[in-house]
Design a protein around this ligand. Structure first.
Ligand code: HDE
Length: 725
């Protein structure tokens, strides 16, 4: 550490540092790479290429402490990956409340709209190992560490508002079932295997979560385009000690969008880092991802008014019953400097709360309160992980915990106990009265029992609500996902058990899922006869909830969307210009994709710069595709299998496609013609926009294309099954 860095590290961040307080603290630990090379003891290294030998061709000497230090450090570079959520990507940013929440909570970071609280946010997949692909079908983690002036507050959530199980006791079983099977360690980052479905088909409480996991929520287009949820019910406590139950939501500015399943699988091979890259690039380009924090609040005395148990993590509170109030915004505006030091070493814990926020008795949450510190001790090598730069609170922290592996704090003085008269009593006081954390004094009359509450027994009503709330295309995707996963099973009895359970959600859904699986018709009675089956239906009048759908979410913009402009020799470059300008001024990024790097020659012999090739940036890397005019260009594109596949695949994945003039030939195998009807989300400009006579016509084409992209995907596009891509 340089003296400047050391001074910065020792400086206590102040509230007035706002969102920079964490950045300034981290700066104290950050190192640039320009200094002379030394050993870890500071000794200048004379030669970083050759070890010390007995003669130039002789054996290496044990004495070579420089070599040994380097190799030894290398040998110990790896730490265990997280038991779940091993693969993740993170970013820095800030949170700002819209108006004081003092009526409900005394949490300091939720009082002052002028205050920006620094945050570090990590997104993750759950089942895959650290090096697995981003776009697998899975739940996503959404962990937010708020560095508040009252200590760190961690909101460790997921992108799905419910969970597979109701009690922490079942978590190791769930994770063992979904992880690669223990005898041969397959499959990686996938739930489509026997052990997972064996387990969940025996646990009907998982049905609601399975509906979400089989929906497009589990294959997000981007971390920037997914919701986050605290899942459990928590409590807000105000300065009078009054409690409201609270559910947390993160609502993405860009809407909630998914990939096509075929696309997600292909991306996993072509760019395993798809979501990581997307997040990184958006932040580098200044397109800072943004979410609004929403809360659903239920007064303490209304705990039992919803018809289901607030403590049951397999239930959500429909927004129609309790509206989500947007109370602040989260902006991610800085990429980490070092993946290991920050993204890997960050340690979240749902038990990291601040005054004004407290727990409920949700038995899943209660189990989590034990697990997270415990797991960091083995993952990060000891009890002092809170001293790692990324984990340090920005407010002062001190107590009499001492020593342990990798301790960094040098605690001065004679005493390491409390109470004492030998140390400075005032500095180490116990602060219950003035702002110290007070647990909500909930009254309990507990007989000691190892049992599940009967109020947790309805396993299907909300699964049905979720399914009923989907658009027709989203329902089709859910059916297709169940079919895909269950087709991968080797044991037909597990498939059967699962569709029998689904018959309790919706008969038709179960029948559709079962159809291609080579099993019998779904048998609801058989499911009801199995151990563990419960179906105590709650009184619910709600048939559907619009908030559970993904379609038509977002701000209607095409900001940060990626558009491919497909070129070959002979395309008409003039026809591209007005559309490209319109796309870019609407905030999209355009890339010219051609048969080779360098340039292609336009119809008028102009050179068009190519950004990427069809092979390295296939259609699955884009949100939409634009095919320019030009007779020779259209022939060249149609005769190139990769280019043709590019357009057909984009079409099959329901993306917006715009063809200009002769470019429509690339859609001829689909029966699309310049003067005929066009499928949803396809824009066909009959002649090159530059020849349309007036600029208004060109703008109109561009606007139609922008509107088609803004819809994200045209999932109801007819005939995509027949497209050979
Ligand atoms: Fe976690 N979970 N979890 N979990 N979880 C971990 O903690 C655990 C649960 C979630 O980006 C582990 O530091 C138990 C629900 C996220 O670093 C571990 C139970 C939800 C992350 C652990 C649950 C989550 C974790 C592994 C049931 C959504 C990634 C490494 C009782 C609300 C945090 C670690 C990050 C990570 C335990 C259930 C979210 C083993 C025992 C429900 C986002 O401690």
């Amino acid at each position: 550490m340089t003296p400047r860095n050391r001074a910065a590290a020792n400086r206590r961040p102040k509230a007035s540092d706002g969102p920079n307080s964490k950045q300034q603290q981290l700066a104290g630990f950050t190192q640039e790479g320009a200094a002379p090379l030394t050993t870890n003891q500071g000794l200048h290294i004379p030669d970083n290429h050759n070890s010390l030998k007995a003669g130039v061709r002789g054996p290496t000497l044990l004495e070579d402490f420089i070599l040994r230090e380097k190799i030894t450090h290398f040998d110990h570079e790896r730490i265990p990956e997280r038991a779940v959520h091993a693969r993740g990507s993170a970013a820095h940013g800030y949170f700002q409340v819209y108006k004081s929440m003092s009526q409900f909570t005394c949490a300091d970071f939720l009082q002052d709209p002028a205050q920006k609280t620094p945050v570090f946010v990590r997104f993750s997949t759950v089942a895959g190992e650290r090096g697995s692909a981003d776009t697998v079908r899975d739940v996503r983690g959404f962990s937010v560490k708020f560095y508040t002036q009252q200590g760190n507050y961690d909101l460790v959530g997921n992108n799905i508002p419910v969970f597979f199980i109701q009690d922490a006791m079942k978590f190791p079983d769930l994770v063992h079932a979904v992880k690669p099977e223990p005898h041969h360690a397959m499959p990686q980052a996938a739930s489509a295997h026997d052990t997972f479905w064996d387990f969940v088909s025996l646990m009907p409480e998982s049905t609601h979560m399975l509906m979400w996991a089989m929906s497009d929520r589990a294959i997000p287009r981007s971390y920037r385009m997914m919701e986050g949820f605290g899942v459990h019910t928590f409590r807000f406590i105000n300065s009078r000690g009054e409690s409201h139950f609270v559910k947390f939501h993160w609502k993405p500015k860009l809407g909630i969008h998914g990939l096509a399943w075929d696309e997600a699988q292909k991306i996993a091979g072509k760019d395993a880092d798809f979501h990581r890259r997307d997040l990184w690039e958006a932040i580098e380009n200044g397109d800072f991802p943004e979410w609004e924090l929403g809360v659903q609040m239920i007064p303490q005395d209304k705990e039992h008014s919803l018809g289901f148990d607030l403590l049951d993590p397999t239930k959500l509170i429909p927004e129609e019953l309790v509206p989500v109030q947007k109370i602040g915004r989260l902006v991610l505006d800085r990429n980490p400097d070092n993946f290991f030091a920050e993204t890997e070493q960050v340690a979240f814990h749902p038990g990291h709360v601040v005054p004004g926020i407290d727990f409920s008795n949700d038995p899943l949450l209660q189990g989590r309160l034990f697990s997270y510190t415990d797991t960091q001790i083995s993952r990060l090598g000891g009890a002092n992980f809170h001293e790692l730069p990324i984990n340090r609170a920005v407010c002062p922290f001190h107590n009499f915990q001492r020593d342990g592996m990798h301790r960094q704090t040098i605690a001065r003085g004679q005493v390491a106990y409390e109470p004492n008269t030998l140390g400075n009593g005032s500095e180490y006081r116990v602060d219950g009265e003035s702002g110290g954390f007070q647990s909500f004094p909930e009254e309990l009359e507990p007989p000691k029992v190892r049992r599940r509450s009967a109020s947790f027994d309805d396993h299907f009503t909300q699964a049905r609500l979720f399914f009923n709330s989907q658009s027709a295309a989203e329902k089709d995707h859910i059916v297709a996902a169940f079919r895909f996963e269950l087709s991968k099973l080797e044991v037909p009895a597990i498939r059967q058990r699962m569709v029998d359970n689904l018959a309790h959600v919706d008969e038709k859904l179960a029948r559709r899922v079962a159809e291609p699986l080579g099993i019998g018709v779904p048998d609801a009675k058989a499911a009801a006869g199995r151990p563990g089956f419960r179906d105590h239906r709650m009184a619910s009048t709600l048939e559907e909830s619009a908030a559970l759908r993904m379609v038509d979410t977002g701000d209607g913009s095409i900001k940060t969307r990626k558009i491919a402009i497909l070129v070959a020799d002979g395309v008409d470059s003039a026809s591209l210009k007005p559309i490209r300008e319109a796309l870019e001024s609407a905030g999209a990024t355009c890339k010219v994709v051609g048969p080779r790097l360098g340039t292609v020659a336009s119809a008028s012999k102009r050179q068009i710069d190519v950004d990427a090739t069809y092979a390295t940036m296939p259609s699955i890397m884009f949100d939409a595709v634009l095919v320019p005019a030009g007779k020779d260009g259209a022939i060249a594109l149609s005769q190139n299998g990769e280019a043709l596949h590019f357009v057909l695949e984009a079409f099959k994945h329901c993306k917006a496609v715009c063809t200009v003039g002769e470019g429509v030939q690339l859609l001829s195998s689909l029966g699309v013609k310049a003067d005929g009807p066009v499928p949803a989300g396809v824009v066909v400009a009959p002649t090159p926009v530059t020849n349309l006579g007036d600029n208004t016509a060109a703008i109109e084409i561009a606007q139609r294309f922008v509107a088609a992209i803004a819809k994200h995907r045209h999932w109801d596009r007819a005939g995509i099954e027949a497209v050979p891509a």
